[in-house]
Design a protein around this ligand. Sequence first.
Ligand SMILES: Nc1ncnc2c1ncn2[C@@H]1O[C@H](COP(=O)(O)OP(=O)(O)OP(=O)(O)O)[C@@H](O)[C@H]1O
Length: 241
Amino acid sequence: MLGIDQLATTLSKGERSFTLRVAALELVSGEVLCVTGASGTGKTLFLELLSLLRAPEPPAGYHWTAPDRRRTDLARLWRFGARGTGLARMRGALFGFVPQAGALVPFLSVRANVALTQRISGRRDPARVAALLDRLGLNALADLPPSALSIGQRQRVSIARALAHRPAFVIADEPTAALDPAAADAVMRLLLDTAREDGAGVVLSSHDLARIEGLGPRRLEFVARELRPGLVRSEAREVRC
Ligand SMILES: Nc1ncnc2c1ncn2[C@@H]1O[C@H](COP(=O)(O)OP(=O)(O)OP(=O)(O)O)[C@@H](O)[C@H]1O
C-alpha cells in the first residue's frame, strides 16, 4: 500500500509561484485512481511526486507497505538526491509509466522497448515480454522500430513496457490524449484490463471526465486557487464516483 500524509512541491519563477499539496491518500496495489483537474492544476506534478520522479518538500509523509508488511519511508529516499540507488530501485520496483505519447526509444525494436524496463530493473523475463506482446496484439510488430507504428500502436507498446517488470502501479499521464476517440477507448481498456490481470494498480490522469467515467470508484480532483496575484495553490480532494 502507498500512503501519503502530506506531500507538496512548489515551483517558482520570478514573482510567480505554484504550490501543489496532497494532505492524505492511501492507495492499494490493484486499485484504479483517476486524477482530474483543469489544465495547469498540477496533475503531472502530482504523478511525478507519486512515482518518485520529483522530490517532495520536507517535511513529507510518503511510505510504501509491502505485502510482507515491510515499510519503506519513500520521502526519506530523497536524502541522497535524485541519483540515490535506493530511490532508483524503489522507483523501478513500484512503478511503470505510460506517457502521453509513447516516448519509445526510437532505435530499439518494439520487443526491445518492451524489455527495457526489465533490463533497467534487473528483472529479465523474455517469456513475460512475449506474453505481453501477445496480450496487446503486438506480435506482428515486434521486430519493427517505433517509427513504423501508428500512435495507437505505440501506446500499446508503452503499456506493455510499463507492465513488463511487474510494477505494483502503472502511472499513466493522459495516456489517450494523442488518440482519436475509438483508439482512446481501446487503449484505455487494454491498459486497465492488462493491469488488472497482473494485479497492478493504475493511477491515470485525464481532463476528459467523460472518458474516465466508470473506470473506478475513486477520483482525486485538483482545484487551483490564486491566493494573491501570482501565488497559486492547488489542493486535492477525493471524489467518490
Ligand atoms: N517555474 C514555475 N513557476 C511557477 N509555476 C510553474 C512553473 N513551472 C510550471 N508551473 C506551473 O505548474 C502548474 C502545474 O502544471 P502541470 O503540468 O502539472 O499541470 P497539469 O494539470 O498536468 O496540466 P495539463 O492538463 O495542461 O497537462 C502549471 O499551472 C504551471 O503554470
